[in-house]
Design a protein around this ligand. Structure first.
Ligand SMILES: Nc1ncnc2c1ncn2[C@@H]1O[C@H](COP(=O)(O)OP(=O)(O)OP(=O)(O)O)[C@@H](O)[C@H]1O
Length: 547
């Protein structure tokens, strides 16, 4: 443990304790560098003229230069990601090299500009080669806490995987990804992260904005971070192309770097690996469900092999509880609806199992099948555990599952606000006549309380709390640690996007600051009514795959 530097004390008092258990933070960006020895071991496409779309074979990466955006402006940074992942002092963002770095112009020592070749099942069908069509992997680096991070630019130009795309990401989708990936981190959901976002005056055409008409939109680049960007589709394309050596090499690489408990010499290593991915995926989807998050495009190319939430496209958080809701207006069949995410997760894991088949001996296939069959029970266990926490039901027994299901039924019947109902449940009290008392400000709960089963349910729930030895105050403390008050509702990001489009980045920065502490009441968030009933215009907001 290093001795804290003077400046760190102010963070210590904010309880940001980890800053002091670290090597000193880097002060000048020009000295910052990648470690990058491992990624270079993986098969590289020999073609270097990589601006033209083509089918790539026998490679995991293509080397593609970044195409910078014109007159880039730094829109926002995540101080926490800078400190704890890049290990730089946030003031390095004033260094001109920093914006140049995100724009691909300044290349730190050892940096790469790879585009990854992957495939995927999209909306249930095999889509063949997809790949990083607008992203560049810059390299890997170990942060001071020993974690290995892969750095990526999204929106950084065309690659052989761009298909008909222009290689760009528009401002609105970049802001959404930047804010939501950081918000998910603070909500304790396994996720990729974002360190910074730059924007240009350059525009590109997109065919679906608010009113469904083609529009020119500004472009942006996000510096994204993940322990690994490999997806189910990374393995699928190798299996489909019968590139078995590459398949084996990539899985071994992932096991060695990210599944340290698996012995590479173990003859069952691929089965154990599958088991781990199934477990991680079940946990992440249960976490999504517990905070009302719908990913929106759960294709296999968007499902991380580490179980991280990746690719923040047409995602959304539930306002009114409608389990069949999808945030993605392009999803006509509601395949990726909120309540279908576990089903889709198991479909995606089935595709992973298929990709692993060439490496698994025939006699071991039944055990792989059993692992997959265990997905849904595992997901349900995580789901129940997380929902028990949301209601402070610390015993989490069969009876409690009944309480959870009854509450969700009532919420669905009343279209109760998902986030605020859970949050405000902790504010229920019994008055001196033992009657249920809901504060006037608890608008979501007041609404739910008109349900004819609400009183009976509440008393039953309180009885369970009592049986666990908890009084309402203790329950409140537990509940307020897991039920956020602020989430990134579509209307909240929409206002920030419109301001940023006009050159005012203050709202994006403020929202990031608020979402750092989603469980804590904050005045700026209350002033902006972020815990109030969503405004009427929020209902008309649409998000689609066009980004
Ligand atoms: N504007 C674009 N230009 C080039 N390729 C694109 C563009 N938009 C999407 N693609 C490609 O289409 C495929 C599906 O897109 P999707 O939106 O799922 O991914 P993404 O958001 O670009 O990337 P990621 O999954 O890494 O976040 C990917 O191969 C992606 O690279």
């Amino acid at each position: 443990i290093r001795v804290c530097q003077k400046n760190d004390f102010k963070h210590l008092f904010n309880l940001n304790l980890d800053v002091c258990s670290a090597i000193p933070l880097i002060e000048t960006f020009s000295r910052w560098k990648f470690d990058n020895s491992r990624l270079k071991e993986l098969p590289l496409d020999p073609e270097k003229r990589n601006y033209v779309r083509r089918n790539v074979h026998n490679a995991i990466f293509s080397q593609v230069p970044v195409t910078p955006i014109r007159s880039p402006t730094l829109l926002a940074v995540s101080d926490d990601a800078l400190r704890n992942v890049l290990n730089v002092r946030p003031k390095v963002t004033q260094d001109s090299n920093f914006v140049d770095f995100i724009n691909g112009v300044f290349r730190p020592e050892n940096s790469l500009t790879y585009a990854h070749r992957y495939g995927g099942h999209q909306f249930g069908s095999w889509a063949d080669q997809l790949g990083d069509g607008r992203a560049n992997l810059l390299g890997e680096r170990i942060s001071f806490d020993g974690k290995r991070w892969e750095y990526q630019l999204k929106g950084s130009g065309r690659t052989p995987y761009s298909r008909d795309g222009d290689g760009r990401a528009v401002l609105r989708s970049s802001i959404r990804e930047f804010l939501c990936s950081e918000a998910m981190h603070y909500l304790d959901v396994p996720t990729s992260r974002a360190a910074a976002i730059i924007v240009s005056e350059d525009t590109v055409m997109r065919d679906q904005f608010y009113d469904g008409h083609p529009q020119r939109e500004k472009v942006a680049i996000v510096l994204r971070l993940a322990e690994s960007w490999f997806r189910i589709g990374s393995l699928e394309i190798l299996a489909k192309g019968k590139e078995i050596d590459n398949l084996r090499q990539l899985i071994d690489f992932i096991i060695e770097n990210h599944f340290k408990s698996i012995d590479l010499k173990d003859e069952n290593k691929y089965i154990i690996f599958f088991n781990e991915v199934v477990n991680n995926t079940a946990y992440t989807i249960a976490k999504w469900t517990s905070i009302g998050f719908a990913h929106g495009v759960c294709n296999t190319d968007n499902f991380s092999l580490l179980g991280l939430t990746i690719d923040y496209g047409p995602f959304g958080f539930l306002d009114a509880y409608n389990p069949g809701w999808t945030p993605n207006t392009s999803d006509d069949e509601y395949r990726y609806a909120f309540n279908k995410q576990a089903f889709v997760g198991s479909f995606n894991l089935l595709k992973l199992r298929e990709a692993l088949l060439p490496l698994i001996p025939h006699e071991k296939l039944p055990s792989v099948r059993n692992i997959l069959n265990g997905f849904y029970p595992l997901y349900t266990r995580y789901f129940n555990k997380l929902y028990c926490q949301k209601l402070a039901l610390i015993k989490c027994e069969k009876e409690d599952e009944h309480i959870i299901n009854q509450l969700l039924k009532m919420m669905e019947g009343k279209s109760a606000d998902f986030t605020m109902t859970f949050r405000q449940l902790s504010e229920i009290r019994l008055n001196i006549h033992e009657q249920i008392d809901i504060p006037k400000t608890a608008w979501a709960l007041k609404h739910l309380s008109s349900h004819n089963q609400f009183d009976a349910w509440t008393r039953n729930w309180m009885k369970r709390l009592e049986e666990s030895g908890l009084n309402l105050n203790e329950a409140k403390q537990i509940m307020n640690r897991v039920n956020p008050r602020y989430i990134l509702r579509n209307w909240i990001s929409q206002e920030a996007i419109e301001m940023a489009d006009r050159g005012d980045f203050s709202r994006v920065r403020l929202i990031l600051d608020i979402l750092k502490n989603p469980y804590k009441l904050q005045k700026p968030a209350e002033d902006l009514k972020y815990a109030n009933r969503p405004p009427k215009w929020a209902k008309g907001l649409k998000v689609s795959c066009s980004s």
